[in-house]
Design a protein around this ligand. Sequence first.
Ligand code: 26V
Length: 853
Amino acid sequence: MSETMNTPSRPDLRSNASFSVTKGKGPEFAPTHPFALAPVGTPPVSVDGFTKEFLRELNTGQGVTLSEATENDLYLSLARTVRNYLMGRWLETARQQRENPNKAVGYLSAEYLLGRQLDNNLASTDLTNIVVEALQGCGIELDTLRQAEVEPGLGNGGLGRLAACFIDSLATMNVPCIGYGIRYEYGIFRQTFVDGRQVEQPDSWLTMGSPWEFPHPEHNVQVNFGGHTVHSTDDKGNELVNWVPDWNVNGIPYNYMVPGYRNDRVNTLRLWSAQATQAFDLQIFNSGDYAQAVRAQTFAENISKVLYPEDSTPQGKELRLQQQYFFVACSLRDFIDNVLPDDFDLHELPSRIIFQMNDTHPVIAVPELMRILVDEEGFAWDEAWDVTKRCFAYTCHTLLPEALEVWSVELLGRLLPRHLEIIYRINDDFLEEVREAFPGDEMRARRMSIIAEYPERSVRMAFLATVAGSKVNGVAELHSQLLRDKVLPDFSAMWPEKFTNVTNGVTPRRFIRQANPELANLISSTIGKGWVNKLDRLRELEPYAEDPEFRKAFRDVKAANKKRLAELLVVRDGIELADDHMLDVMVKRLHEYKRQSLKLLHIVTVYNEVREGRMAASEVTPRTVIFGAKAAPGYRMAKDTIHLINKVAQVVNDDPVLEGRLRVAFPANYNVTLAEKLIPAADLSEQISLAGMEASGTGNMKFALNGALTIGTDDGANVEIRQHVGDENFFLFGMTEPDVAQLSAQGYQPGRYYESDQRLRGALDLIASGHFSGGDRSVFEPLAANLLHEDRFMALADYSSYLDAQANVEAYYADEEAWSRSAILNIARCGFFSSDRSIRDYIQRIWDTPPVI
Ligand code: 26V
């Protein structure tokens, strides 16, 4: 018997047999009663009926009368009344799935950026009109209660929002799906500005209570960490491995309803919350160290405490690996123990589930399933590997090398010793396959190894995902191509059929119907209502682009949306919007590759040209540039850029030389709720990343579908948006990805552009001069110097092309009929970018999970 010892990392949390929690095994305890049939469909709803239910919730749920209720009381009671209408469908969906089990999608994602739930749930139950009337009868405005909801910000940006759009589409398309993730107690930080600099505040989204979640402590799952493995052989000579963990935590599932759009289906999102397995360590407690005993509890519960804000470099943070293993271990156990029937033969697992891994964050699920099958279920290794491979698929969401996750072998072995052994074995078998396929090519085997040796021995999670996944997909055509050619070329040479593309999409329910009700009404009154879940039908709008009356109606909608946005921003941020300005919007995470700095160079250039008298203020198209962006708290350059945007805004907005024709606004804390207000009001959508850097983008799709024109590079999904809307309805600029590669290869020298372009020199010099920092050159000089000497994302190379494109924008905008014609064609031709279509592609190319009739 051999023993692999590992240093125990938390001896004070050693699992104690007498405290271990025995897990409930689902509906063994199932009493029946003739009246206890699950309610089916929607009970008949009347305004009076709804009012009664609402008041009852207020009285019996919140314990207050209408006259003494606070806004939060009213919101919570309304939310609970609405959710009751979904409950019957939820139970019914679960019953059907139990009785008629269909293959389901297990969407594994560390992030879900859901946004507010109330409106979405009102729309899916078709209750909005009734609720408006019922509330009015009580002297309450629905809009006031809408605003009382704190959005759950359980994601960083595009990746988390995509997961939310996908589970919406899965439910709407009648596909069985469980979304699995983490119930962070604190989501993405709340951004504030102090003297123009970003200051992060904790996002305590749960303090007022969340009416949308259903905790199920009785379904808790124990998750083990640390310790060592014990290897032995049984009497038949088979190897047996026993993981002796060192400490553990409990995962408590919180269920959330995921309603389809008016189709009576309600899927489940199950988010896990960590809880100490013992309230506190009694041994320590009894020895008198109360504080130490409680600290142990806090340690365990830290696992789901806070969302990691994506950083400039992914730090190998131990807590993050704990989060990843925590949620996938809970999810696999949950699916096997609580979703599958007791007698299920796990050899058949691939017929019942496909786990889609949203980036590499859940990839540790691969060795976890192998561990369950081999160590716990007694599968032979090859048998287990065959099942595992068919249960997983992997979506990659980036091309940036520094964003590809790796875990040091030291950390992985300390936290998950058995999983490390399994990864090594997977790698050994895999490299043998490589050597067989490419005899004598040892360099190739080394390049492809899941284990990297430099700069320290570590596990490349994207490689593990690619080896294990039945399919690997990128998120836009260009991205998938670059993924094959540049990130995983050896893998695509070995398994070309493994690689595929699924271009991202966005849900039209939230991002058109809910966010832009006036546009939705205009569309519905023109082509009927069916477009909401058949977005290709927007094509039927094409002929109306030629109709001056329709164009006028479209402009009226835009103007109304701008007015609504102006009303919000003045209250929310003290920002005043001029009502006759073009709204030019750049909203997304702050990252150098997205090039907010290029947008700034444009603004500063216009300002400087007017200041220096080379251009008359009257030549400037009245425009307000709106930024929205959070920077990772540890990302210096990004935070400096936020500071600069705010300072440029201050100076430009106050300088009379521009006669108010160019303004900059930067509302703090951009989130889903604000996006829903900003996007419908936008005229111009800024999608200006360096070609080859933005995997897809999804904001770009939301803007186009809301009738904004795009100024953008040939990057990510911009490429496909342009193909759909037509070159003449898109402002393209900048280098292509091959141009970028070529310029890189020949040695990029940003200084050359500075030397040869007087406007660029003027703008950069002005930034470096201290003009935007009260004369203090030291504040922004580093930013200017970085652009001048390094400029990793080639903003200077694309600058003149960008300025030319902006000039085209201004000329085109002057012709309001031409502009609105193009805007309408953008809407009509972007039906492809519905997340329903993405899900259809996933089903066809990857999942094989037909919709349930
Ligand atoms: C992560 C990191 C981590 C540290 C290093 C810098 C860095 C840069 C980017 C990222 C994001 C990785 C994953 C991600 O969020 N990707 C986004 O996924 C969206 C949905 O597919 C897609 O639309 C965005 O283009 C893509 O950036």
